[in-house]
Design a protein around this ligand. Sequence first.
Ligand SMILES: NC(=O)C1=CN([C@@H]2O[C@H](COP(=O)(O)OP(=O)(O)OC[C@H]3O[C@@H](n4cnc5c(N)ncnc54)[C@H](OP(=O)(O)O)[C@@H]3O)[C@@H](O)[C@H]2O)C=CC1
Ligand SMILES: CC(C)(CO)C(=O)C(=O)O
Length: 287
Amino acid sequence: MRIAVIGPGAIGGTVAAWLAQRADLDVTICARSPLPSLTIETPSRTITATPRVLTDPGQGEPVDWVLIATKAYDAEGASRWLTKLVDDTTRVAVLQNGVEHIERFTPYLPAARITPAIVDIPAERNAPGRIHQRRDGSILVPNDAASFVDLFAHTPIAVSTTDDFRSEAWRKLCINAAGAVSALTMKPAGIVARDDVAAIMWMLVEECAAVGRAEGAVLDDKIEDEIIARYRAGPPDGINSMLGDRLANRPMEIDARNGVIVRLGKKHGIPTPMNAMIVTLLETAAA
Ligand SMILES: NC(=O)C1=CN([C@@H]2O[C@H](COP(=O)(O)OP(=O)(O)OC[C@H]3O[C@@H](n4cnc5c(N)ncnc54)[C@H](OP(=O)(O)O)[C@@H]3O)[C@@H](O)[C@H]2O)C=CC1
Ligand SMILES: CC(C)(CO)C(=O)C(=O)O
């Protein structure tokens, strides 16, 4: 089984290193910047891997699975690898946040080839190829992607299918929408201990859930409370990937995580002032 992972950052590096633990999986990393090896501090032990690393999209060869793990805003760059990696049988999984995995890549691939994946693995990249995976975590894919699930059978990552991918993706977006307060304040997840911060996060989730429901997602009535409780139960020093981007002076996934709520809210006539404010403030901070 040949697998190419495009984007060996926090998620791509973690996933590639776990896949490479199985000798019969032939893992290739497609990187923008050269990478010596992968060292992942996982919850149970440190794992290492030295997969083949390509830095030129022209060097790729067809594989069975392509896993795209760049940031959402790097979709166009990621797509340049696809010409060589994809043949008539290749499936392409998009391991990104947001609810637009398929739309993001249909300019480059037929939708039927694309497997959207919801990743819930808190991971931080400390240096090229050196990653701290804080939880074993999970990946959810639609129920026509059982062969993706099989790839991870030897890993502690809980990879499974869902009958209702749309609802799960919006549920994850609710988590990410609230996490924007960390990127804005440049502080880790522990800020949720303040009741006034939690109230802002609650409203961000409320708007996200309203838009999600209008888009057809089925979300629990108490999702706001559930997500605040989840943040409060998590590690106070947790750095979500948008905060990680801001701290590293990289672009942030503002549009994929909060902008999308505002855009789709407009489509349904649902007001989203809290998310609109976050988008404006983060864009201003990044300018
Ligand atoms: N980190 C986390 O805890 C989680 C992240 N996610 C989501 O997963 C996705 C990936 O996030 P994350 O792993 O944190 O991101 P990172 O920024 O850590 O990694 C992205 C990687 O993509 C590489 N890249 C960018 N453009 C290209 C290109 N054209 N060709 C090859 N590689 C490229 C970057 O290269 P370079 O090294 O040059 O920057 C980097 O290695 C995002 O959508 C994020 O929201 C989901 C759950 C948890
Ligand atoms: C919320 C979290 C940490 C979950 O994996 C995430 O999605 C991110 O950091 O982007």
